[in-house]
Design a protein around this ligand. Structure first.
Ligand SMILES: *Cc1c(COP(=O)(O)O)cnc(C)c1O
Length: 423
């Protein structure tokens, strides 16, 4: 099977004939992935932010089987169903009260495409055809589809591979200062001047609140977010917050924008929405935005085949119920303080540039890019699954990870990073 995989199956951002061997996962339970040879390794990645309750969760399995026996899928054009209505209600309840409409889609990237369409159509439908650009931030990541790529970091965000094809947007300096650093107006200057200069062309601002994920694992001050909101209001520009990675408790708040007490005009959620069981995302917005979109008889032009898939909605409902009745905040705070304690000693290593921790996210920034194949092998030998990129070794474990398991994870990180620094 591995030979077949190697010959035919493409993996994320990887050559068709991969330079490194894939790990074969037989099953997964709790925080553990079971490999082909029976070894069990701790998943430090929550399968890219999504598996917040761990794997093979009885409550989610039950919700899936129950929904399967009713209907796995039904089209959403002209039809509706309880799982979607229930999920809409919950999501609109737990997010800002100004958000009153929700659009379900199949992935985070598509939720961003929908957000961008909402922003463009908001102005277009009202007769303003000039506003066809988005102001985004350097080091941002918003997904892999064309609209989403056009607002990803212009240097590391795949723009060079699609030169001349991507829509040209405007970029402000990466958000700063760091989470706990003192605020100074100089941190908003570049953003402010871009807004002043281009506001007649800008439909919306997009950013990942507080934590920039795949564009650099950067954690920034809530004051920046507050200032961005204030300036968007001043220039009457929509604010899209992309919480696809940060949503559902990961940063210590249910949604990261709560660190700054700001209100988005459009909000994207995904990744952890179904607890990592199925691909699903949503774009939430206000009455004001929908009224703008629908001015002069227009409607939002999007409608995926698997929109509001009942199976995914039912699992999302069970996942949110499980999350909201769990002591998730305590758990995430516990992970945060343990990460702070246990990753701190990495700072003594010369290879380490900086340690960053917020909520259940721990980042070790190195002074050099990692050798992915070498490091992956070492991590597995230490019993953990961690997938670094460039010079970033980072973890965001399932919230249910035990103290001992987390110590195994951080201990192994230290040992492997230390060994990497020595070669
Ligand atoms: C992962 C991610 C996306 C894209 O989600 P997919 O489900 O991979 O399409 C968009 N925005 C952010 C912030 C993400 O982390």
């Amino acid at each position: 099977m591995l030979a077949y995989d190697k010959e035919h199956i493409l993996h994320p951002y990887a050559p068709s004939i991969p330079s490194m061997d894939m790990q074969f996962v037989k099953s997964a339970s709790g925080v553990y992935l079971e490999l082909e040879d029976g070894r069990k390794i701790i998943d430090g990645m929550s399968s890219w932010w999504s598996v917040i309750h761990g794997y093979n969760v009885p409550e989610l399995n039950a919700a899936a089987s129950e929904q399967l026996s009713k209907m796995s899928h039904v089209m959403f054009g002209g039809l509706t169903h309880e799982p979607a209505i229930k999920l809409a209600k919950t999501l609109l309840e737990i997010t800002d009260e100004s958000l009153e409409h929700i659009f379900f889609s199949d992935s985070g990237s598509v939720s961003v495409e929908v957000a961008l369409k909402m922003a463009y159509q908001y102005w277009n439908s009202q007769g303003n055809k000039q506003k066809n650009k988005i102001l985004a931030f350097s080091k941002g990541y918003h997904g892999d589809t064309f609209g989403a790529m056009s607002v990803c970091d212009p240097v590391t965000g795949m723009h060079s591979a699609f030169e001349g094809i991507l829509h040209k947007n405007i970029f402000a300096d990466a958000p700063s200062p760091a989470f706990n650093d003192e605020w100074d107006e100089k941190h908003i200057e570049d953003f402010k001047s871009k807004l002043e200069h281009y506001h007649t062309e800008i439909a919306a601002v997009i950013l990942e609140p507080i934590v920039q994920g795949a564009g650099g694992m950067r954690i920034y001050s809530p004051s920046l977010l507050t200032s961005v909101r204030t300036l968007c209001d001043k220039y009457d520009i929509l604010l899209i917050l992309d919480e696809v990675a940060t949503g559902f408790g990961r940063t210590g708040k249910l949604f990261a924008y709560e660190h700054a007490e700001v209100t988005p005009d459009i909000l994207c959620v995904g990744k952890a929405l179904t607890g990592g069981y199925l691909s699903m995302a949503a774009t939430l917005t206000s009455k004001k935005v929908m009224q703008g979109v629908e001015a002069n008889g227009n409607v939002l032009m999007h409608g995926p085949t698997f929109m509001a898939n009942p199976l995914a909605c039912a699992i999302a409902n069970a996942s949110l119920e499980l999350l909201l009745k769990s002591p998730w905040q305590e758990r995430v705070e516990g992970i945060e303080s343990q990460l702070k304690n246990e990753l701190q000693k990495c700072e003594e290593l010369d290879i380490v540039k900086e340690i960053r921790v917020l909520g259940a996210i721990g980042v070790i920034e190195l002074n050099a890019d990692v050798d992915l194949a070498w490091m992956t092998e070492k991590f597995i030998a230490h019993g953990i699954w961690v997938r670094p990129f460039l010079n970033l070794v980072y973890i965001m474990p399932p919230y249910i990870i035990s103290k001992e398991e987390l110590s195994t994870l951080t201990g192994a990180l230290y040992e492997v990073v230390k060994e990497f620094g020595a070669i």
